[in-house]
Design a protein around this ligand. Structure first.
Ligand code: SF4
Length: 323
């Protein structure tokens, strides 16, 4: 499988009154063509910051932004703003933002909102042409054409989510970042959206980065999984292996906390809270919450190394490293 996206040593730090927040701290991973890479972890572990770093949609208080983001063999982190907007964003890599369905403009019709986004990126289109493409994109997400003449308040949550997915796909990108695309929906609508995403992926050969705190939802779509903790990747590998035999104690706890209908297992929880990203704990950032913490964990950060089951950053697997 060929890699469509390579992320190398990505860092995104923010300046705040309290200090520098190391939201994304030197992460590297790759996305294969046609695969879904789920990025999982608790809230505040850097998942959404990683997404905006990939899109280069940086807030004003950025302190450090470093690393390479190679899309289709081109490092987009080095492109000027104009080229990035004209050639890359929404055309090669697009995003469905967290809560985007609640940001639709309440006083504009759906068709006009999709067409407006199109016109912004393709000045050669007439309004009529843009509206016709907008209607086609609604068809793609299985919404009837008349929805183009509706206002957001006339749509259900599931329909609005289909609209924002249509918006992300309207310029035919190859890579789509989905930030918690089902978190505000009821379970039936969630299942419908997941099925829609699966169908679109197969029909259009899309590659997804699927960001979620919900490992059960991620398991529906993921080919591979990245587990983030404290702004870092702690485990990374094939989804089946990670769900069946998680290596990192944090991943083990996350998986043990997924409820299932078929067993009466006691659900686990992770004591404590995710680390303060201004002043993270020394050594392994998970050590204050880890039941297996050793002396070395409190002083030395474990590197992310290849183990027999993907990649893992944990001193427990020192002897299992195959690279
Ligand atoms: Fe736990 Fe140590 Fe592994 Fe960190 S490095 S997860 S503290 S055993």
């Amino acid at each position: 499988m060929s890699e469509i996206l390579q992320v190398k040593n990505l860092k995104l730090y923010y300046s705040t009154k309290k200090g520098v927040v190391k939201a994304v701290d030197n992460i590297s991973f790759a996305l294969n063509k046609g695969e879904t890479l789920a990025v999982v972890g608790e809230s505040g572990c850097g998942k959404s910051s990683m997404a905006i770093a990939l899109m280069r949609l940086l807030p004003r208080n950025v302190n450090t932004y470093q690393g390479s983001i190679i899309v289709d063999n081109e490092d987009i982190s080095k492109l000027d703003e104009k080229t990035l907007r004209e050639r890359i964003l929404w055309r090669k890599i697009s995003m469905v933002f967290q809560g985007a369905m609640n940001s639709l403009n309440p006083v504009l019709k759906i068709g006009f909102q999709i067409a407006e986004a199109l016109l912004e990126h393709d000045k050669r289109l007439s309004k009529k042409e843009a509206l016709a493409i907008a209607k086609k994109s609604l068809e793609l997400v299985r919404l009837p054409e008349f929805i183009a003449d509706r206002y957001p308040h006339e749509l259900s949550g599931g329909m609005k989510q289909r609209v924002v997915i249509a918006m992300a796909l309207v310029l035919n990108p190859q890579i789509v970042i989905l930030d918690e695309p089902t978190s505000a929906l009821d379970v039936i609508t969630q299942a419908n959206i997941i099925n829609l995403l699966k169908r679109l992926k197969n029909e259009k050969g899309l590659s997804y980065i699927f960001i979620t705190h919900d490992l059960a939802v991620a398991s529906e779509l993921a080919d591979r999984v990245v587990v983030m903790y404290g702004g870092k990747i702690v485990e990374y590998g094939n989804a089946e292996q990670i769900y069946a035999t998680p290596k990192h104690p944090y991943t083990q706890k996350l998986i043990a906390s997924i409820p299932t209908l078929r067993s009466d297992k006691t659900l686990e929880f992770i004591p404590g809270a995710p680390p303060d990203l201004i002043d993270p704990p020394p050594g392994c950032r998970f050590h204050p919450r880890c039941p297996y913490a050793m002396d070395i964990c409190r002083v030395e950060e474990p590197p992310l190394l290849t183990a027999s089951n993907g990649k893992v950053a944990c001193w427990l697997y020192k002897g299992d490293i195959v690279e």
